[in-house]
Write a protein of this length. Structure first.
Ligand code: FAD
Length: 429
């Protein structure tokens, strides 16, 4: 990157925690903004775009392989920790208005991302990404290229960005599949089925159900079922939905309203629980960040993929903002080393957390593989309750507090190094 000479002035605006923030003009960045490509505009990419829009001096572009962006017709639960991130990004009221209308979150995020970063460039399917000290280059399948300073690989579970740097990374099928359907509440009314008006999880020995009203007039039924019980489930692709007609036999003998719902519900769609190993880092070469499913594949376990993706996007914005402010305080524009520092901060904030979840998902998968459908005794239930993976830490996570802690730790380490006369380098704090 080349920049015009910075022209610091005393004019400041207030940044996070009341810290001073220089405007892009003050930092002399307006001529050569830091160029960032966001590849894939799901939860991770859109949240990153919104979060990065709070950092001056960046030029963010959005790309997606899809021909149009629309609801896929499934419900999704977003946990409080991610809702807090959206609230901090100023989306609180709109998110509140979408309670029980989970399918609409992605479109809300796309709308805000486009307002901040311009329209998503559709039909831009990433083929490969290359990173070097000079910058990063993206090749699309249509033969066009993009080059710039930083790439956010938020291109989902089969991420070509990840494949560019981890060619041996393989995702595999879990031992269970998730079956999902969204249909009119009249299906329940017509069959005289009464279920609680709140979202409910109904656990069984080796399978479970989730029921919830969505927006007015719509209802969702989700079934978590061993793959072996659903013919063909071991060969369909994730997202390549297949229809299941015999749900009633899978839940025969269950609580009568649920058994009846399984009998009358329109065919559900299959989503196999793909999952993959942990990555050693969520960043590559100080230029590329892997966010959301691209950085951590854990199947449908704990209904956490969207939640983690939102936290990833939010946190990346904080990290870039931090280094931008440090550069501004030094009266200079952001440079390549600053991007590397931001990505290093991001890794420290997120890697341990997301890999902890992937590990918990693997252990859940292994336990599910051993389960059968016998009705557990009281002792077995007690043993399960005391030994099963407790993932309260997932919903309780405070992404901003983690970020603040990581920054504080780094500043402390730097101060110690300096007091001992050690060289602290430039890429890291
Ligand atoms: C039916 C269903 C229900 C789910 N329920 C829950 C739930 O209740 N709670 C929860 O937290 N999670 C849930 N998940 C998981 C959650 O949806 C994902 O973890 C989450 O969407 C990941 O977000 P992301 O931004 O990483 O990827 P995605 O949302 O998958 O977005 C990736 C984007 O990249 C684009 N893309 C893909 N390939 C390319 C390419 N080559 N070039 C350019 N762009 C590309 C895609 O078009 C897409 O827009 C569910 C998933 C499914 C399918």
């Amino acid at each position: 990157m080349t920049h015009t000479a910075p022209q610091p002035s005393s004019e400041k605006t207030e940044g996070r925690h009341g810290r001073p923030r220089w405007s892009a003009r003050d930092r002399g960045l307006q001529e050569h903004p830091v160029r960032i490509a966001i590849l894939g505009v799901g939860y991770a990419g859109t949240t990153a775009a919104i979060s990065l829009s709070q950092v001056p001096g960046l030029h963010v572009e959005l790309f997606d392989a899809a021909s149009e962006l629309r609801e896929i017709g499934a419900s999704i639960g977003i946990q409080p920790c991610a809702l807090r991130c959206l609230e901090k990004l100023g989306l609180g009221q709109e998110v509140d208005a979408l309670a029980y209308r989970h399918g609409e979150y992605p479109l809300l995020l796309v709308k805000h991302a486009e307002e901040k970063a311009g329209p998503v460039r559709l039909l831009k399917r990433v083929a490969a990404v290359k990173s070097s000290v000079e910058g990063v280059r993206v090749r699309f399948e249509d033969g066009t290229e993009w080059s710039g300073d930083m790439v956010i690989g938020s291109d989902g579970i089969r991420s070509p960005t990840r494949a560019s740097f981890y060619p041996d990374y393989k995702i595999g099928r879990g031992v269970s599949v998730t079956l999902r359907g969204v249909f009119p509440t009249s299906v329940l009314e017509d069959a005289g089925i009464q279920l609680p008006p709140e979202p409910c999880h109904w656990p069984g020995p080796d399978r479970s159900l989730f029921t919830s009203p969505l927006k007015p007039g719509l209802f969702t039924l989700v079934a978590f079922v061993p793959t072996r019980l659903i013919p063909g489930a071991d060969i369909v692709g994730w997202g390549a939905a297949t229809e299941v007609t015999d749900l009633a036999s899978v839940f025969k003998g269950w609580y009568p309203p649920l058994a009846k719902l399984c009998a009358v519900a329109p065919p559900l769609k299959i989503y196999p629980d793909w999952n993959g190993p942990t990555l050693p880092s969520l960043t590559v070469g100080g230029r590329v960040a892997l966010l959301g499913d691209a950085g951590h594949c854990h199947g449908g376990a704990f209904a956490a993929g969207g939640t983690l993706a939102i936290e990833d996007g939010y946190t990346l914005g904080l990290c870039v903002d931090e280094v931008a402010q440090r550069a501004a305080l030094e009266g200079r524009p952001m440079e390549g080393n600053d991007i590397a520092t931001a990505l290093s901060l991001f890794d420290k904030c997120r890697l341990r957390h997301v890999n902890r979840l992937v590990a918990a998902a693997h252990s859940l998968r292994d336990r599910r593989a051993q389960k059968d459908n016998h009705v557990a005794s009281e002792a077995e239930i007690n043993a399960y309750v005391t030994t099963h993976a407790d993932v309260a830490w997932l919903a309780d996570n405070d992404a901003e507090a983690v970020f603040d802690q990581v920054v504080a730790n780094e500043l402390l380490a730097k101060a110690v190094d300096e007091s001992l006369g050690r060289d602290t380098g430039t890429a890291e704090v």
